[in-house]
Design a protein around this ligand. Structure first.
Ligand code: MF3
Ligand code: CO
Length: 295
């Protein structure tokens, strides 16, 4: 047995990863490295989170649909469109591409997409009465299942003339995701990512929501690890090549405090009513950095 309970093959046996190669020529060195880190007291995640090349190809097929939906939204969103119109576009696009929403019925979530306007932080419900108007900012968060693989990303859309300070919030959030990506590399700590995100946002005078984070993803919607964005560098689990997760900070103009809608238990808003922004990307850790899968 090993640190994660997965049996260790003999050196000449087939590798646990399914490559068909001998263990000593496949994940032997990888496992030694994980074991050393674990013996040193580091948090090493279970190897069941590792994604094969085939898994990554499957996730990319799912992500093509996910990105296509967000592109479509970008081409059609404007003042006068309701968030239920967006939900309808999503359903039509999914049906035309042999895919389904990962959001719909997830823990009882009742729509195919999350649409979060202005002070709504996340999990905004599509609604025919929520009609976009000049100056709004909206996050559209899309998650797709296709071929058994999950993809997840979200973008911000600015409607017409947006207040410069609100635009700066949207852009800073986007920059913070890029800063997080820049420190993704194998064998570094996941906490480095949240630290990089948080630094960009707080230096710009904004605050990062503590209660929600990113997540592992691929074969399930939400896998380990949980990815916080107010973390300290040098802390948290070790990122290993083949790990797939999201970076998706929620950034508030005012205080970081949140409040959840009492009627539906889903819609999350800023406590102080200030606007909030979120961008989400999905990536896989590679041998020398990362590859973006969905954005
Ligand atoms: N797409 C969100 C995420 O980034 C999850 C939404 S869960 C839902 O993890 F049920 F609200 F859709
Ligand atoms: Co996500």
């Amino acid at each position: 047995m090993s640190y994660d309970g997965m049996p260790t093959p003999g050196r000449n046996d087939a590798c646990w990863c399914g490559s068909g190669k001998k263990y000593k020529k496949c994940h032997y060195e990888f496992d030694k490295r994980c074991e050393r880190l674990w013996a040193d007291g580091e948090e090493v995640l279970p190897r069941e989170l590792w994604k094969s090349r085939e898994d990554i190809e499957g996730i990319k097929v799912s992500a093509e649909v996910n990105k296509g939906i967000l592109d479509y939204v970008g081409e059609h969103i404007q003042a006068g469109v309701s968030t239920m119109d967006i939900n309808d576009w999503v359903n039509d696009y999914l049906a035309a591409h042999d895919a389904v929403s990962a959001d719909l019925n997830f823990e009882g979530y009742p729509y195919s997409v999350c649409t979060s306007i202005n002070s709504v932080i996340c999990h905004g419900f599509p609604n025919k009465d929520d009609v976009l108007k000049d100056g709004d900012i909206i996050n559209v968060d899309m998650s797709t299942i296709k071929g058994g693989y999950f993809s997840d990303s979200s973008r911000m859309y600015c409607i017409g003339n947006v207040d410069p300070e609100w635009r700066r919030l949207v852009e800073t959030c986007h920059e913070s995701v890029k800063a997080g990506l820049a420190v993704v590399k194998p064998w570094a700590h996941l906490g480095d990512v949240g630290a990089a995100v948080n630094k960009v946002c707080t230096e710009a005078g904004f605050s990062v929501v503590r209660e929600y984070g990113g997540h592992g993803i691929g074969k399930e919607f939400h896998e380990d690890p949980w990815v916080g964005f107010t973390t300290e560098a040098g802390t948290g689990p070790i990122m290993f090549p083949g790990m797939c997760f999201t970076i998706e900070p929620m950034v508030n103009m005012g205080a970081p405090d949140i409040t959840t809608d009492k009627d539906n238990g889903w819609i999350v808003r800023t406590k102080d009513g200030s606007p909030s922004a979120q961008w989400e990307v999905q990536l896989v850790v590679t041998d020398d950095g990362y590859e973006l899968l969905s954005w």
